[in-house]
Ligand binder design. Sequence first.
Ligand code: BGC
Length: 759
Amino acid sequence: MKDYIKLDEWKIIEDHYNIDHNEVSESLCSIGNGHMGQRANFEEDYSGKTLQGSYVGGVYYPDKTKVGWWKNGYPEYFAKVLNSVNWIGLNIEINGEILDLHQTAKITNFYRELDMMNGILRRSFSCEMKNGAVVEVKTQRFVSMNQVELGVISYSLSVINMDAVIHITSYLDADITNKDSNYDENFWLEIDQFSNLERMSVTTETKKTDFVVNATVFTQIEQNGTYITQPNAYGTHDKYANQSFYINTKKGEEITLEKFVVIASSLNHNPLEFEQNADSILNQAVFKGISQLENEHSAQWHKIWNDCDISISGDVAAQQGIRFNIFHLYQTYTGRDSRLNIGPKGFTGEKYGGSTYWDTEAYCIPFYMSTTSEEVARNLLVYRHNHLGKAIENATKLGFKDGAALYPMVTMNGEECHNEWEITFEEIHRNGAIAFAIYDYIRYTNDTTYIAEYGLEVLIAIARFWSQRVNFSEEKGKYVMLGVTGPNEYENNVNNNWYTNYIACWCMDYATECYNKLKETNPERLQEIAKITNFKESELDKFYKITSNMYYPENKELGIFLQQDGYMDKEQILVNDLPTADRPLNQKWSWDRILRSCFIKQADVLQGIYFFEDQFNLETLERNFHFYEQRTVHESSLSPCVHSILAAKIGDEAKSYEMYLRTSRLDLNDYNNDTEDGLHITSMAGTWLSIVKGFGGMMVKDDKLHFTTFLPTGWEGISFKVKYRGRVIAVQINKSGAEIKKESGDSLSVILNNKVVSL
Ligand code: BGC
């Protein structure tokens, strides 16, 4: 099943019907526009395996935590991205029999494609029904990038071997549950529904969070060049509305149903305005017609591609992989709405129900920072500043004080909403990524205002947390950090995770550096911040005392940093020695066995070396890379990209390429056997990083932009663009080297393969 999807530079293609792959294909071919998204479910009834999924950005439900034994400090709930109103649904009855691909006598052809260049999902099939009718269907849909509340479906159907009586019921169904609901609860309350000769509409409200969502539809059918705009029947019941059309067709005659849908939420409208808003969007949409709407939508995609496409020549699998990743990132988050963030499954599934993880800071911000306006990355940072109060509350609940902040591992509104304690309590390294993202943003954009405006408050609160989280070990004569989980979730409650100790100290040092800089450049603002945060300069001494005397586990003999205390006591088996039948470990081994093993889920020590690349020399990187790569199973999607970038740095081109393919085709080839639950959206930014920071070797060092390039064997060329400090820079890597051009903006000098180039 791994090479199931056909290779194509711009399309994701499935060219036959396969019931076992259906849920994976539904994830792969999902459509979205930052405001909403929809899995590639069939419009008509389907009784085979499917995960129905329609999602609206920012609408969530706090699903009460489910644990065997409640303990103080557990988060009350796990936030769920809600499966919302099904707006694509059509019941189709042909000569008295329901069209359902799982029930037909024969499917003679089936084709589904996601056209990434234009942002359109298409599907076609022919089938023979049990009643002998041979039916041909062609359908396409998109959620508009131009008018984000609009979804459009065009569904063409013909019965090719007989005259037919066709009943089509177009419906909205908001009586929807989440498959991952903790208590099988339905999260939606009925508010209102109506259906008449012109429109149908359903409005529902989430329990507890009170988000109101409305879907309003106009449906019409084209037959023989004439539009039938009024249904023959219509009706409603709880959270449901429909409109039915009864049509007689001649043998071979095609009819096309067009469904225009507006999905709006109370995040953007007063619910009293829903009807007026829907009317105005629908009137305009119907007036323009599907082909104009499609052109406007595609034009938006062409603009996105113009800025952020990566073109690879000589390797279609790699080309398809990177475009697939860029496409889904922009379907998930466009940066237009600063209240939203990038959920690990985007609009493609329910798992990882919360919206924001450390994934945003560690992986996604660098992608958005280089491919769109700087403001988008800034907004993502400000999102965390907006949650600072809640992060302080969160730390206070856990016993920290004096304005120390612990950001949540998963959040929708600043509150912690992940309910596995190993992760929630112990994976405190996420605080470090949030501080690191501020540093990375300023280093890249040179936005010197950010620290004074927002950054320092966050950095102080994070540094305070670390200064309270460490303790002094009399035995070691050093500060230590006990009971944490590093990025490697295959071991919990470890002491002195090297990565966490390192980033904690780095945060305290960086907060100090920013404080001192602001003291020089803007003492008035510093005073204000000191007042707001109640910060005394003596706290800097405490930070220094800790950072200058912190304990870091190492193995001097091997010359490596140790993942944590006691790591070398583990039986040292290598990934290469693992039987394939044992992989992925998280599906094949007991949890107990995983915890005791030396296997590492994802980059951990190496994550630190990757972040702080200019603080370690090449030999140190090489030793650590070789040691940890042999023990890392990459069972988090966030892992291979970091290894790919580091392998490029040490010149291991084959490994770098292997890891690139693994990240870029993780979902396309379903490497972790979990794509049916949804795509790994945040790690898709990692794929982009593998090319731009790995093969392109992009980094900012000493305030200069560097590129150190290589071309994987077998490739003919790579080209990409980055936005950097008001310029657009185009990089082209080919067999004879690399070229760099400035497409817009002021002159600049960059370092390309160790030579200064003036642009
Ligand atoms: C990873 C975490 C990540 C989460 C969401 C987990 O499998 O171990 O690091 O934050 O997925 O992507």
